[in-house]
Design a protein around this ligand. Structure first.
Ligand code: MG
Ligand code: MG
Length: 261
């Protein structure tokens, strides 16, 4: 069941996504060699609460932390730990925040830690660009498959592979609502895109093969070949005939300046 949102509901989602965007911006100040991912989780948790929301992921399906922090070959759902970030790592942080009214924000960004190998940097640039390519297809009259097909084509043409096991989703009072928004697929297939639809689009793109495995903790999902993976996510509303991006990387950009990709 796909819930189309009214104007007021879209604005409440925008509030949630603003807190997420600002949290990702705050984290950009801290991502550096030597910091533990557990410390980053704590910073995110406090920042979200200081801004009037609750962490959207803590306890959801039993997840044990406030944000997902996925380093290098970990694609998504990494659990914050005592691991200290190292020069050359990449770290994907997926952040959720829930407003007091119960609306969910959801956005993710892959940060570079110090100096990163050029081939890995190119993976990040491509993954982020594919997100915007996909968003551009989120217009009334298109279908959900048009988004996935665009992301897949964009990334595969550049030699990367698309994770199949996880996908984007509708977002609203629940973090995960219908429809599923895969990052692959065929044009002209899937649900029709309509005004009022609110979805999170989140390409998970691998440098090597598309295959992933989930670790014994039942959360950490990494590439089978242990090559790096990138993850960028925006929440959007289809609003007045256009994709309206509710989340933002602008706060990250403000912090990173020329290092922003
Ligand atoms: Mg997310
Ligand atoms: Mg999501």
């Amino acid at each position: 069941m796909i819930y189309l949102k009214a104007e007021e509901e879209i604005e409440l989602l925008r509030e949630a996504d603003l807190v997420v965007a600002r949290t990702l911006g705050e984290l950009a100040k801290w991502v550096a060699p030597g910091i533990t991912t557990r410390k980053l989780d704590k910073i995110a948790d406090e920042f979200i609460r200081d801004n009037g929301c609750k962490p959207g992921f803590l306890g959801l399906y039993g997840f044990p932390a406030s944000v997902c922090i996925s380093v290098n070959e970990v694609v998504v759902h990494g659990i914050p730990s005592g691991y200290e970030l190292r020069d050359g790592d990449i770290v994907s942080i997926d952040c959720g925040a829930v407003t007091p009214d119960g609306f969910n924000g959801d956005s993710a960004y892959t940060y570079m830690v110090g100096e990163v190998a050029d081939e890995v940097k190119q993976l990040l640039i491509t993954t982020k660009a594919s997100l915007y390519e996909g968003i551009a297809k989120a217009v009334p009259g298109n279908r959900i498959g048009d988004i996935g097909n665009t992301i897949q084509t964009y990334c595969e043409k550049r030699g990367y592979s698309v994770v199949r096991e996880m996908c984007g989703h509708g977002v609203g009072r629940k973090l995960h609502e219908d429809p599923e928004v895969p990052n692959y697929g065929r044009r002209g297939t899937g649900p029709m895109i309509k005004n009022g639809m609110c979805i999170a689009i989140e390409p998970m793109i691998n440098l090597g093969s598309k295959n992933v495995v989930t670790e014994a903790d039942k959360w950490t999902t990494r590439t089978r070949d242990r090559k790096p993976a990138a993850h960028f996510e925006h929440s959007i509303a289809i609003h007045n005939g256009k994709p309206d991006i509710l989340s933002s990387f602008d706060y990250i950009k403000e912090v990173l300046g020329e290092r922003f990709i």
